[in-house]
Design a binder for this molecule. Structure first.
Ligand code: HEC
Ligand SMILES: [Cu+2]
Length: 348
């Protein structure tokens, strides 16, 4: 008896808990500065997805309202009465009309939803791109993002820079999505729909943001231990800022005589097997390109801000910031670490 009672209490409490959960989430959304918001699209693909979602929500909302009203009506109108306790309600068997209605109507609804979705998929996937489009190859790694701009000769990591797209002269960015290891998913809710990065199966998406600013996202496909710290940051720049950023990124790493000791530490340890620094012997591709490390605001795919303390901690012990990342703790002596830090801080 106690068990039955417990179960009933639990079932009754569940929706209440759920409601509280939603309410607190909604309050948090309303009060805080939300990093991302699927209801505030800033780019054509994200907009068509939001419109489609509202359309689907409207149709399913109408279905819900109709079914719920009929249910409540029937429950009240036809509820058991003491006067009719012994008799059965009218039984309907094999009515062709009813059978047809509840087969044809749902089929029609599904067809409408299917067509609306297919239209949006086609509009996004097969959109013609102007010659001015910026091409970026995005490569998902456990647990960071590599960005290559083949037309511009730029290679960077984790923080994507793209130009704002003026609707009068669109400069969309086309992303070629690849993976170096396992499935990842690229998702900047305000700019474009979720698209997977699948090994040996290039995918494609694009975005044409109307406003400058920083947009955030996150790997949306579980890809291993540190999937949760595989964040995305997109900086949408004015055309001038973008051109300036490209100009800076194309330059070889700064060669400063005063930090040659630190450079030597870098070039004589395993760092160079995994990292590239343009203009040095380091040309590893297992980890992020470090040529312009200091131009990024975060390290380790958004896991920490790029401050001298965090950078030092990261090189001493990556697990302290991102447990399970694929960079080993390099066990450098204090003097080597000091020299190395001096060098890394010049990589603007
Ligand atoms: C076995 C390969 C490997 C070695 C060796 C290695 N790293 Fe890394 N490193 C990585 C990987 C992988 C990441 C990305 C980790 C992540 O974000 O999940 C990384 C990230 C970094 C980052 C952060 C870059 C960014 O923009 O997020 C820095 C800085 C860095 N490594 C410096 C070094 C230095 C300095 C050394 C040598 C003392 C070194 N690494 C040795 C693989 C390696
Ligand atoms: Cu991932």
């Amino acid at each position: 008896m106690q068990r039955v009672k417990n179960t009933i209490v639990r079932i009754a409490l569940n929706p209440i808990a759920l409601l509280f959960c939603f309410m607190s989430r909604a309050a948090a959304l309303a009060s805080s500065t939300v990093p991302t918001n699927i209801f505030a699209p800033q780019s054509t693909p994200a907009k068509s997805i939001v419109h489609l979602s509202f359309f689907v929500l409207a149709i399913t909302g109408i279905i819900f309202a109709v079914v719920f009203t009929l249910l409540v009506y029937s429950l009240l109108k036809f509820r058991a009465r003491s006067s009719s306790a012994s008799s059965e309600p009218a039984q309907v068997y094999g009515s062709t009309q009813i059978e047809l209605a509840w087969t044809v109507i749902p089929v029609l609804i599904v067809v409408v939803l299917f067509m609306a979705t297919a239209r949006v998929v086609h509009a996004i996937q097969d959109a013609p791109m102007p010659a001015s489009a910026v091409e970026v190859t995005v490569i998902g790694h456990q647990f960071w993002w590599e960005y290559r701009y083949p037309q511009l000769g730029v290679v960077t990591a984790n923080e994507l820079h793209i130009p704002v797209s003026d609707p009068a002269h669109p400069t969309p960015t086309v992303l070629q999505l690849l993976s170096a290891d396992t499935d990842h998913s690229f998702w900047i809710p305000e700019l474009a729909g979720k698209t997977d990065l699948v090994p040996n199966h290039p995918n494609r998406t694009w975005m044409d943001p109307e406003h400058t600013g920083t947009f955030e996202g996150q790997c949306a496909q579980y890809c291993g231990t540190q999937h949760a710290k595989m964040l995305l940051r997109v900086s949408v720049d004015t055309p001038d800022d973008f051109a300036e950023w490209v100009r800076e990124q194309r330059q070889a790493a700064v060669a400063d005589e005063r930090v040659s000791a630190g450079k030597r530490v870098f070039e004589t340890t395993a760092c160079i097997n995994c990292h590239s620094i343009n203009g040095t012997v380091a040309n590893g591709r297992f980890g992020p390109d470090l040529t312009h490390l200091m131009s990024r605001t975060t390290i380790a795919a958004g896991a920490a801000l790029n401050t001298p303390e965090n950078l030092r901690l990261w090189i001493q012990n990556p697990d302290a910031i991102k447990r399970g990342s694929l960079m080993p703790a390099m066990q450098l002596s204090k003097s080597d670490l000091d020299a190395l830090m001096g060098y890394l801080e010049t990589l603007r």
